[in-house]
Design a protein around this ligand. Structure first.
Ligand code: SAM
Length: 216
């Protein structure tokens, strides 16, 4: 594990988040309390507090911290909520959510990523995260419905099974668009009468792929 960042590094990290529009106090507090260092391995660890995406195992990426902050803010999760994250990756987004929500389920198609993320959750004593291997496009029917769903890979459209597993009053945040183009982060609110869609901002994510990944 990497050592904790200096007070100055942390201050710059939080400053970068605020300057990119992360203003929600609970989100900033969560991002202050969870070091990004342990989620970044090898030669990239020294860049853990830069506001940039970085490579992780299996050819995937840990998202840019300000994007993690903006997506978490858009999700409007609270201490009573159960959240499903599709796309565990490094586990960093799930760790941030674990400080805000009651329980977090996170799923990735790469078993190796789930194994590595679990090690970090255990080391950081984040006991309210359940991590699973699977194709998250189908959600987690056994644990559904969810108060909040966050997808951290780009889908062409919000996956139907995930919309079905959102509670009435629930919110889903998902990047949509073609995988080789800039995508749009959207927020879907489910009401008793239907679904409302908001376009939030342009983003760039790896694609949401079908089936299980080959571990590399
Ligand atoms: N949230 C992550 C973090 O905090 O590090 C970053 C996620 S990374 C940008 C996207 C992740 O989505 C990858 O780990 C990839 O394996 C995963 N993914 C892609 N398609 C998936 C699917 N159908 N089901 C589950 N995970 C998927």
């Amino acid at each position: 594990m990497t050592s904790a960042p200096s007070a100055e590094t942390k201050m710059q990290f939080l400053y970068a988040l605020r300057s990119k529009g992360v203003t929600d106090a609970a989100v900033l507090e969560a991002m202050e309390s969870v070091d990004r260092g342990p989620f970044v391995r090898g030669i990239f660890a020294e860049r853990a507090y830069d506001d940039t995406p970085l490579p992780i195992s299996c050819g995937q990426t840990i998202s840019q911290p300000s994007v993690v902050g903006l997506m978490t803010q858009a999700l409007q999760a609270g201490p009573r909520d159960t959240v499903l994250e599709v796309g565990t990756g490094s586990g960093y987004q799930a760790a941030i959510l674990s400080k805000i929500a009651r329980r977090v389920y996170t799923i990735d198609r790469h078993a190796r990523l789930v194994r590595e993320a679990r090690q970090v959750f255990e080391a950081l004593h984040l006991a309210n995260i359940t991590s699973l291997v699977g194709d998250g496009s189908f959600g987690l029917p056994d644990q559904a419905p969810f108060d909040r769903i966050i997808v951290t890979a780009a889908a062409e459209d919000p996956p139907g099974p995930l919309l079905a597993q959102l509670k009435p009053g629930g919110i889903m945040v998902v990047p949509v668009g073609q995988s080789d183009a800039v995508q749009t982060l959207i927020r879907v609110r489910k009401s008793d009468t239907g679904l409302d869609y908001d376009e939030l901002r342009p983003v760039r994510f790896v694609p949401l792929l079908e089936g299980l990944g080959k571990d590399t």
